[in-house]
Design a protein. Structure first.
Length: 565
């Protein structure tokens, strides 16, 4: 793991300043190499090849640097960077299809090429005039100014918790979408497809078992100790169990808030596998102490409140690598809301258009009203498990023509249809792999743990495993994580498998309310004039009842905009 940076026509002093802003991503060593008018920089976190420091690589007038882990590099070279060079020499830009891992790669060969892995596990930002970086802050440092807010990116943030690649929250700064490369324009080299196979349930269970073990074994490649995050849910428990005994495991809880605290379940698993278990607690004081630190690290607002406990937990982990359970809920339909959306998707109701007109005459500003409006209007109902502000609410909150740094606002449509290719429940998986996982959860893993020089690996998000699941018949994949529960039943205590699923939650809203922080949203908006004040007051007034996630999204954005503008 590391940080990468590149820029044309820049002084060495200015480049070093920008690179040093990402020192937390790799503090074992730093190197800078120039080819012609291009400079590449690299901050190194040593995990593989501890005594071999080879980045950026300059060879035969080709300059290469990358951030990530290539699990199959030994097939193509002695080090990961050599494997990339050898494959690029042989296959050109198609080389990226030979790689198995999580990565972003920059190659300068007469012109700049940028590549990002198929899940988007590692972030990569760029400008169209040739700056690229693992973090936005280094690009802003090079630019010498803070760009205006990109209102399309803001609309996407309000809707889906994050700007969606290629957008960022900043005008003129872009992020490379997963499975894509950039050579002056963005081009796709990989996408998830569906070719249904004929298979029995037992065969599917055996294959998932095998593929998950293979995925974990690949990710256990390291010259340093590897631990595991452990919440006590099925996914992290299964990964920790398959890693073997005597590993270090880590969980977080909240003293005095037992309804949010799952540490007892993590202890049960730890006792079962004899792990060296570490428990961390977070309180209200630590929550508020960490908010501004997290905002500095994420660069742009990402509206998942779990970033803060993830940051706090990572600060207590003494390792360089941990495993995490992201991806299982999306692959095996573990969220309760999936079941609700599936019932809508398979329902047939006469007179739907009449009911739609009735509904529109009786508007209510709640998610349930919007879902029924879509259903009655024969529109796609599912638009991401993490949808917060729906389009009507975005139009409403951005309706006031305010300005920020002299920039007038206008309303933007969020393009959700590009994430709905299959017209069945695999749309849920595809959409959330691209958006909820790719733009939010994987960024939480990368940014919060790399802030403490820790690499987080997610075995469920393995190309072979995900492709296999995408090709399963719907009835074999099932719902409510039925397949992965049957795999887990071979390894985990029944109490873990049969316990009611509980999403990650903690008392952030209670803490905000106790400290009278809701009014902060209104105070900042009086300065920016960005949002419709009347609607904002309505949300703040009843936020703890019907707008819980809306409040957090607005609060985080307010903290971010106050800090940056």
């Amino acid at each position: 793991m590391c940080a990468i940076l590149g820029c044309k026509n820049i002084s060495l002093e200015k480049f070093k300043t920008a690179l040093n802003l990402m020192k937390h991503r790799g503090d074992d060593d730093t190197n800078i190499v120039t080819l012609g008018d291009y400079t590449f920089g690299f901050n190194h976190l040593a995990i593989q090849n501890l005594n071999t420091f080879t980045q950026p690589l300059l060879k035969n007038n080709i300059l290469i640097t990358f951030n990530g882990e290539i699990y199959n590099y030994k097939e193509f070279g002695d080090t990961e960077i050599e494997a990339i060079y050898n494959l690029y020499q042989k296959y050109g830009v198609e080389f990226v299809n030979k790689l198995d891992g999580m990565f972003v790669i920059a190659i300068y060969d007469k012109k700049l090429y940028l590549f990002r892995d198929i899940f988007g596990k590692k972030p990569l930002y760029f400008t169209k005039d040739g700056i690229f970086s693992s973090e936005i802050k280094s690009i802003i440092s090079i630019l010498g100014y803070t760009p205006n807010i990109n209102l399309q990116g803001l609309s996407e943030y309000l809707n889906l918790n994050s700007s969606i690649a290629p957008n960022t929250i900043y005008e003129g700064i872009y992020k490379l979408p997963s499975g894509c490369y950039f050579d002056g324009s963005i081009k796709k080299y990989y996408d998830f497809k569906r070719e249904v196979i004929d298979i029995s349930e037992e065969e599917a269970i055996n294959e998932i078992d095998k593929l998950l073990k293979n995925s974990i074994n690949k990710r256990l490649q390291s010259k340093v100790e590897i631990g595991s995050l452990l919440s006590g849910g099925i996914d992290s428990s299964l990964i920790a169990t398959l890693m073997g005994k005597n590993i270090q495991t880590f969980s977080i809880g909240y003293d005095g808030y037992e309804n949010y605290d799952e540490r007892k379940w993590a202890r049960l698993v730890s006792d079962n596998i004899n792990s060296n278990h570490n428990e961390v607690s977070m309180n209200k004081i630590e929550f508020f102490e960490n908010i501004d630190k997290v905002i500095d690290i994420i660069d742009e607002p990402i509206g998942d409140s779990a970033f803060i406990p993830a940051f706090h937990l990572a600060s207590k982990i003494p390792l360089k690598v941990v495993m995490s359970g992201e991806g299982s809920d999306e692959l095996f339909l573990g969220y309760r809301r999936y079941e609700e959306f599936f019932e809508f998707q398979t329902s047939n109701l006469p007179n739907k258009m009449w009911l739609k007109k009735y509904l529109e005459r009786h508007y209510e500003d709640i998610k349930e009203w919007e879902i029924f409006r879509r259903f009655f209007g024969n529109e796609p109902i599912f638009r991401g498990i993490n949808e917060v502000f729906y389009q009507t609410q975005i139009d409403k909150i951005l309706k006031t023509k305010g300005n920020l740094k002299g920039k007038k606002t206008k309303n933007f449509m969020v393009d959700y249809e590009r994430f709905l290719p299959f017209n069945d429940s695999f749309d849920f998986t595809y959409f959330d792999l691209k958006v909820w996982l790719g733009e939010v959860l994987l960024m939480k893993l990368d940014k919060m743990f790399m802030a403490h020089s820790i690499e987080a690996r997610s075995p469920f998000l393995d190309k072979e495993l995900v492709e296999f699941v995408f090709n399963l018949p719907e009835d074999i994949r099932g719902r409510k994580k039925s397949l992965i529960k049957k795999v887990a039943s071979r390894y985990l205590p029944k109490e873990i498998i049969n316990r009611k699923k509980k999403g990650f939650a903690y008392p952030f809203l209670e803490w905000l309310k106790e400290e009278n922080q809701f009014k902060y949203i209104l105070t900042i908006n009086q300065k920016t004039k960005l949002f419709n004040e009347a609607y904002l007051k309505e949300i703040v007034k009843s936020g703890h009842k019907r707008y819980k996630q809306h409040i957090w999204s607005l609060y985080l954005f307010s903290r971010w905009v106050d800090k940056n503008y």
